[in-house]
Design a protein around this ligand. Structure first.
Ligand code: SAH
Length: 257
């Protein structure tokens, strides 16, 4: 999922910032870095600042234009250190994290684009982005170091991703734990159900008593891990009863013909 997210650095002048960005990314579980026409890369300074995120640097894709860096993306978010009075859909860093994770989880490719140390992204580059994101810094001193800006957005991506992981773990839990334990079908109700199920399966010709092939044990294992509650049990019994009626009706019809 996180591998669907790429960080794009445009025309970076200081290789140390590339290393800092790589480190920030790896700390937050991101690995895909694209460098648009960097001034110095590869460079020992980048490697030194990456301090262990060498794999991110080694895997970095170096391209000549922003267009190339964005191939395959369906969501592009551009960063801006200041308000450029360019009317564009804006996200705050938190919304950016949520949107990025939502899209990446759906299998879409997402790019977070960062600009030059001295001049940021051009208006033309910003207009290639679906959204702009501004880190709400001190208006009198609004420009963060490039690596620090990557860190903030990568952190928001991670928080959104962790939130999503937690949510899906929670869903799994509710699937296996019934709403109220007192509603669970009792062992004897389950036994009654297995007897009924076996009888119905024989009647419809799905289970051959002469060659049962562990079918009932497998079905017990299946229903046993489903924590069937009482109302679910009555649905299952109802289905079995109607199945038997239908099968018996068909048998009568066949006899009549
Ligand atoms: N003087 C430039 C500053 C660029 S800072 C300008 O005014 O645009 C280098 C890059 O770091 C920016 O292009 C952006 O990608 C990122 N960055 C720095 N501060 C940021 C902020 N407050 N919000 C979003 N991105 C920021």
């Amino acid at each position: 999922m996180l591998q669907n997210i790429r960080v794009v650095l445009v025309n970076t002048s200081h290789p140390g910032n590339i290393g800092g960005a790589a480190r920030a990314m790896k700390n937050m579980g991101l690995s895909r870095l694209a460098l648009v026409d960097p001034l110095h890369f590869p460079s020992p300074e980048a490697a030194a600042r990456a301090s262990g995120a060498d794999d991110v640097l080694a895997g970095a894709q170096v391209v000549a234009s922003l267009e190339e860096a964005l191939v395959g993306c369906t969501l592009v978010v551009g960063t801006s250190a200041r308000d450029r009075r360019l009317p564009w859909p804006m996200l705050d860093p938190r919304e950016c994290g949520a949107k990025t994770v939502e899209q990446a989880a759906g299998g879409c490719e997402v790019a977070l684009v960062f600009g030059r140390e001295h001049s940021g992204l051009t208006n033309e580059e910003l207009q290639r982005c679906h959204y702009h994101v501004h880190i709400p810094s001190n208006p009198d001193f609004s420009s963060l170091n490039l690596g620090a800006a990557v860190q903030v957005l990568a952190y928001e991506v991670r928080m959104a991703w962790l939130g999503q992981q937690e949510q899906s773990a929670g869903l799994e839990k509710t699937e296996v734990v019934p709403a109220r334990t007192e509603e669970l079908a009792t062992m004897d109700e389950m036994e009654g159900f297995y007897g009924h199920l076996e009888q119905a399966l024989v009647e419809i010709g799905f289970l051959d008593p002469a060659n049962p092939r562990h079918l009932m044990s497998r079905l017990r294992r299946l229903y046993g891990r489903s924590s069937v509650n009482r109302s679910e049990m009555s649905i299952l019994r109802g289905i079995l009863t109607e199945t038997q009626k239908a099968a018996r009706g068909d048998a009568h019809k066949r006899k009549d013909q």
